[in-house]
Write a protein that binds this ligand. Structure first.
Ligand code: GGG
Length: 365
């Protein structure tokens, strides 16, 4: 028998429901590894970084943390943010520290409609709906450039600059990524989203790069849509979407809208990819820490479990990724729904239903 491939995974549950959903996802991944007949296994190392760590150490993660994480095959992340730390400090101290320094420049966020989950969209019942938001994850509005000054002039006089960065290289790599992804899908179409009528420098550069790159993909249909119009399109004509590529902030907002349309933010998965594989990529649910329900065992684990499926895909374990997705569909289709999607199952029950369904998907895929 060939040797077992062992994937070294750093798990960072961080704050709030992050802890609960990462535990659920790890259980699913360990189950699928156990069912692989020795093909692969996961070697987990858990890191206690987050807002509790900040309360004890004054930093969100170990100062050598990036050096430590570099040696892992992947990072499995929960959610960051708690009331004891200002949001911009916790986000930049942990999640953005990792995505920026590991050049995880492509953030993919599929919008998936699941059986048994009611969508607020009337079309969802009788139309094939599924699209992927591709978020530029390294620059744009999240470049972290700017500053505050002039507070010395007295109250009411401070100024702040927050500069968005659009480099031609940064635009080109994410736009090419979106086209390459579209090529693999049944509907070969890329929708580019900007606000280039109002933001006449960075976003016009983005539009120009989009038009140039599109010439290399004649089989892929294209459209350029302003972000306000795209928000309306998500609701009114979602069947026209396949791959939606947008800047860091615009894609963050649109992907929240997309997951709300699919039923809940708790369902949304994401992968922060370093496509060149110079650094580990990071997989996490789109949702945050949900302080209102954290610690009660009632949060939705599906976003984290679907992110685990994206990690399997990243490792080349396509069939196993499809099995996890199929198991999620079996679980929701048979009524295992947490409160955010209209049920009363707890996190444990939904995770158990998915783990159980994995056995049935062994034969099905
Ligand atoms: N699991 C996602 C997470 O922790 N998100 C925290 C957050 O506030 N993110 C803001 C952003 O990514 O724009």
């Amino acid at each position: 028998m060939s040797q077992t491939k062992v994937f070294k995974i750093a798990s960072i549950p961080a704050d709030g429901v992050g802890k609960e959903v990462v535990a659920a996802g790890r259980r699913v991944l360990d189950t699928i590894a156990e069912q692989s007949s020795g093909k692969f296994a996961f070697d987990w190392t858990e890191f206690p970084w987050g807002c509790e760590y900040y309360a004890q150490h004054g930093v969100m993660m170990d100062p050598n943390g990036l050096e430590t994480l570099k040696d892992f095959d992947s990072i499995y992340f929960g959610a960051v943010g708690w009331e004891n730390v200002p949001d911009h400090v916790s986000l930049w101290g942990l999640r953005l520290n990792i995505t920026q320094n590991f050049d995880q420049w492509a953030n993919i966020r599929p919008v998936k409609f699941l059986p048994g989950v009611t969508s607020p969209l009337r079309k969802a019942d009788d139309t094939e709906l599924d699209w992927i938001v591709v978020r530029e994850n390294s620059e744009g509005e999240y470049a972290g450039l700017g500053g505050r000054n002039l507070s010395g002039r007295g109250p009411g006089n401070e100024i702040a600059l927050q500069t968005a960065l659009f480099s031609e290289k940064g635009c080109e790599r994410i736009i090419r990524f979106a086209f390459d992804l579209a090529r693999t899908r049944t509907v070969k179409k890329v929708s580019s989203v900007t606000k280039s009528n109002a933001q006449q420098y960075g976003m016009v550069l983005w539009d120009e790069v989009f038009n140039r790159v599109a010439l290399d993909y004649p089989e892929v249909r294209t459209e350029s849509v302003l972000v306000d119009a795209m928000s309306a399109k998500f609701i009114l004509n979602p069947e026209e979407l396949s791959v939606v590529v947008a800047s860091n902030l615009n894609a963050d907002i649109l992907s929240d809208l997309g997951s709300a349309l699919a039923g809940s933010l708790g369902l949304a998965a994401s992968a922060n990819l370093n496509p060149e594989r110079r650094f580990p990529s990071m997989f996490e649910p789109v949702h945050g820490t949900a302080p209102d329900i954290a610690g009660q065992g009632i949060c939705n684990p599906i976003g984290a479990i679907a992110s685990a499926a994206l990690m399997l895909e990243h490792f080349g374990l396509e069939q196993e990724a499809r099995r996890v997705e199929a198991a999620i569909e079996v679980a929701t289709g048979s009524g295992n729904l947490t409160r955010d999607i209209g049920g009363n199952a707890d996190t444990e029950a939904v995770t158990e239903a998915i783990v159980h369904a994995l056995s049935s998907t062994l034969a099905a895929v």
